[in-house]
Design a protein around this ligand. Structure first.
Ligand SMILES: NC(=O)c1ccc[n+]([C@@H]2O[C@H](COP(=O)([O-])OP(=O)(O)OC[C@H]3O[C@@H](n4cnc5c(N)ncnc54)[C@H](OP(=O)(O)O)[C@@H]3O)[C@@H](O)[C@H]2O)c1
Length: 416
C-alpha cells in the first residue's frame, strides 16, 4: 500500500484545527497527500467543513482516519498509513507516548508541538535507540516551543563567521490586552509540567550521565531580574532551554570536535512592574501546583487564575492574528583568526519574529518540519532518533521555507 505523506493526529483540537487549515493551504504548493485523524468521525468531518469554509475552496485530498490514544491498534493502523505523523494531541504527558511508540513500530516519522520537557526527555530516554533502529525521526517541540530559538541558534551560527561561544536569547511578545490569548490545552500542559518539575534532574542524569564539557569562557548566569535591550528581563520558563541544551548535546554526540555552545533564554518585558508580575505569577503557580486541591482549582478555573489569558474556548481569531513575538539572540565569540585563548572579540545579534505564536507560527513550523523530513531526508543526520529540530534540520532549507511563511530570521544591530 502506498503511504500518505502525513497524517495530522489530534485534528479536532484547537491547535489541530489550525494545523488542518494551514495544511489545506500548503498541500498544493508541496504536492502532499494527507489525512486528518482523531477519535470522532463527526468532529473530523466538521473540521474539514470548517477548513473548507475558511480557505474558500474544496479540500479534496484529505482522508479521515479514526484513531484513539487508548486503542494501540488504531494508532498503529493510523501510523502505518503515513510517512510522517504530526501529533497535536496533548497534554503529551498523558497522550504522547502511545503515539510515539506506534510511530516507531510502523517506521513512521513523528513530529509534535509539545513544550513539555518531562515528556520530551522521557521519550529520548526510552525510545532513542528504537527510533534509530527503525530509521525514523521523533522530533518534539516543533512549534513556538522551540523552533524560533533552536533554529535561531542555527541561523546565528551560520552567519557568525568565526567561532561562536555563547548565545543569550530574549523573547518579547505583544497582543491585544484583556482577552484570552491561550487555549486550555496549553494551560493543562503547563500546570502538569510545573507539578512534575522535580522529575527532571533524575531524568537528565539518566540521559546524560556525563556532564557536558565546559568551554571557556563560561556564560555567566544573569540575575533573575535584569535590564537588557531596553527592557526588564527574567528567565524564560518554557521548554527552549532544555531543547537548546539537547541540540548541543546531540551535535557533540555526532561530532566530538563540536565545541558546545552555552545558551540561556530570557523573556523581556517593557516595564519593571510587568517583570515583577510575571515572577510573582510563576511563584504563585508553582506553590499552587504543590497540592492536589489547589492544582484542581487551577485546572477548574483557568480564566480566573490566569487573569483572563486562558479560556476553554481558546483565543479569538482577532486576538491571535494581532499577537506578535520576537526573539533576539545575542551571540558572542571570536572573529576568524583570533585565538580562542583570548577574550571573545566578536558579537552578532539575530532576530526571529512572527505573528500568532501559539497557533499560526506554531502550526507553520510544525508542518514545515514534517515537509522537511519528507523532502530533505538526505540532508538530515543519517540515523534518525529522538532528536531536536536544531540538530535534525540544521543542514536543510527549513529556515528558507519558514521565511516564506512569515517567520522572519534576520541579522540586526543591537547594543549588547
Ligand atoms: N509549543 C507550542 O508552541 C504549542 C502551541 C499550541 C499548543 N501546544 C500544545 O498542543 C497540545 C494541544 O493543545 P490544544 O490547545 O490544541 O488542546 P485541545 O484543544 O484540548 O486538543 C486536544 C486534542 O487531543 C485529542 N484527544 C484527547 N484525548 C484523545 C484520545 N484519547 N484519543 C484521540 N485524541 C484525543 C482531542 O480530541 P477530541 O476533540 O476528540 O477531544 C483534541 O483533538 C497541548 O499540549 C499544548 O500545550 C503547544
Amino acid at each position: 500500500m502506498t503511504r500518505l505523506d502525513l497524517v495530522i493526529f489530534g485534528a479536532t483540537g484547537f491547535t489541530g484545527k489550525h494545523a488542518v487549515v494551514e495544511m489545506a493551504r500548503m498541500s498544493s504548493k508541496y504536492q502532499l497527500s494527507w489525512a486528518i485523524a482523531g477519535r470522532s468521525q463527526s468532529k473530523l468531518e466538521d473540521v474539514l467543513r470548517d477548513a473548507r469554509r475558511i480557505i474558500g475552496e474544496e479540500i479534496s485530498c484529505a482522508k479521515i482516519i479514526i484513531a484513539d490514544v487508548k486503542d494501540a491498534q488504531s494508532l498503529r493502523d493510523m501510523c502505518s498509513q503515513a510517512r510522517v505523523v504530526v501529533s497535536c494531541c496533548g497534554p503529551y504527558r498523558f497522550y504522547g507516548e502511545p503515539v510515539v511508540r506506534a510511530a516507531i513500530d510502523a517506521q513512521t516519522h513523528y513530529v509534535d508541538v509539545s513544550g513539555e520537557p518531562q515528556f520530551i526527555e522521557t521519550m529520548q530516554l526510552k525510545y532513542d535507540a528504537q527510533a534509530r533502529e527503525a530509521g525514523v525521526f521523533v522530533i518534539s517541540a516543533c512549534g513556538f516551543d522551540s523552533i524560533p530559538n533552536d533554529l535561531g541558534v542555527v541561523f546565528l551560527e551560520q552567519n557568525f563567521e568565526g567561532t561562536l561561544n555563547s548565545v543569550e536569547s530574549y523573547l518579547s511578545a505583544s497582543g491585544p490586552k484583556g482577552s484570552g490569548a491561550i487555549n486550555y490545552g496549553t494551560w493543562e500542559s503547563l500546570i502538569y509540567g510545573i507539578t512534575y518539575l522535580g522529575e527532571l534532574p533524575e531524568l537528565r542524569k539518566k540521559i546524560y550521565p556525563e556532564p557536558m564539557p565546559e568551554c571557556e569562557p563560561k556564560l555567566k548566569r544573569r540575575w533573575c531580574l535584569h535590564r537588557r535591550l531596553g527592557g526588564w528581563c527574567v528567565p524564560f520558563p518554557g521548554a527552549d532551554a532544555s531543547v537548546l541544551h539537547r541540540s548541543q548535546r546531540a551535535r557533540r554526540g555526532a561530532d566530538p570536535r563540536h565545541r558546545p555552545l552555552r545558551v540561556r533564554t530570557y523573556v523581556r518585558l517593557p516595564a519593571l512592574l510587568h517583570a515583577l508580575a510575571l515572577l510573582l505569577a510563576a511563584l504563585i503557580l508553582y506553590v499552587m501546583t504543590r497540592s492536589r486541591c489547589t492544582r484542581w482549582l487551577l485546572l477548574k478555573y483557568p480564566r480566573l487564575f490566569s487573569l483572563g489569558y486562558i479560556t476553554a474556548e481558546g483565543p479569538s481569531e482577532e486576538v491571535i492574528c494581532n499577537t506578535t513575538f520576537s526573539f533576539h539572540l545575542l551571540g558572542e565569540g571570536w572573529g576568524p583568526g583570533t585565538s580562542l585563548d583570548a577574550a571573545p572579540d566578536k558579537q552578532l545579534a539575530v532576530r526571529v519574529s512572527g505573528v500568532n505564536p501559539g497557533y499560526g507560527a506554531t502550526v507553520v513550523a510544525l508542518l514545515l518540519s514534517a515537509v522537511t523530513i519528507l523532502s530533505e531526508r538526505d540532508r538530515m543526520p543519517p540515523l534518525g532518533g529522538v532528536v531536536t529540530a536544531g540538530f535534525a534540520f540544521r543542514n536543510t532549507n527549513i529556515i528558507k521555507h519558514l521565511q516564506e511563511h512569515n517567520l522572519k530570521f534576520e541579522i540586526v544591530s543591537v547594543d549588547f
